[in-house]
Design a protein around this ligand. Structure first.
Ligand code: C5P
Length: 235
């Protein structure tokens, strides 16, 4: 299969067409942005680390019965994926309060939530990815009711699988963002799962091992991403 022209360049990834119309190639970049693109920077080796971390997590989820767009890792920065049409919806799953939920609702960062919170955002850079609910999704025809049900079920299942897996690596899965797409075979998990899209805290020291180190200028950003990968690679 041949890599063809670039289809799309996002903040952290590029997507390329291939000679097989059913498959795309994703290239992970080192570019980092935060606060809807207001803060910009580079995290050394981030593309390589996120490609590997996402590969491990997609393989785990596939093994546990969650369909994903992942086909295989091609090299350091690239993975082969199934062609999907992305729903313009971000799913946020929260186990502990941090980030925007702490700000919006005044819940102290680090508070364990009594039950898992699922939120939706409308994926739209110009509008700053505003929060929406299922009524907006239906009214704006972003997805059907049945599709939203499937997306919610997969999101909670992914949370169960990943929370258990990460705690076995001494990492608390605080919260994360998911994107889903429609493929030839139905709804699949898409995008990436990495320290860019999740909050990971060391379960002993509570040290932040994710993109908050970049967002909040905490230093040692690359070191945190390397630490996550090292723990995932350890049996
Ligand atoms: O900023 P907020 O607290 O709402 O983020 C919740 C989680 O979703 C965090 O893990 C963050 O990294 C992720 N997120 C993301 N992309 C966005 C918004 C949030 O990966 N556009």
């Amino acid at each position: 299969m041949e890599k063809l022209g670039m289809l799309y360049e996002g903040k952290a990834k590029k997507v390329f067409r291939t000679s097989d119309e059913d498959f795309y190639i994703i290239e992970y970049k080192d570019d980092a942005t935060a606060f809807n693109g207001i803060k910009k920077g580079t995290i050394q080796n981030k593309g390589v680390l996120n490609n590997e971390i996402s590969t491990i997590l997609f393989e785990l989820l596939e093994k546990e019965g969650v369909p994903t767009h992942f086909v295989k890792k091609l090299n350091d920065r690239e993975m082969l994926i199934k062609k999907v049409e992305i729903y313009p919806i971000e799913v946020l799953i929260r186990n502990y309060a941090a980030g925007s939920i702490s700000k919006r609702l005044g819940i102290e960062e680090g508070t364990k939530l009594k039950s898992t919170v699922l939120e939706f955002c409308y994926k739209n850079d110009e509008l700053g990815d505003p929060f929406i609910n299922e009524y907006h999704i239906e009214a704006m025809e972003l997805a059907t009711k049945d599709e939203v049900e499937t997306i919610k079920n997969y999101s909670f299942k992914i949370n169960d699988i990943l929370s258990k897996y990460f705690i076995s690596k001494n990492i608390i899965l605080v919260d994360f963002k998911l994107e889903f797409g429609k493929s030839k075979d139905g709804i699949v998990l898409a995008d990436e799962i990495s320290p860019d899209t999740c909050r990971f805290w060391d379960s002993v020291t509570m040290e932040k091992l994710d993109k908050d180190r970049f967002r909040r200028d905490l230093g040692n950003v690359e070191g945190a991403y390397v630490e996550v990968l090292n723990r995932l690679e350890k049996q």
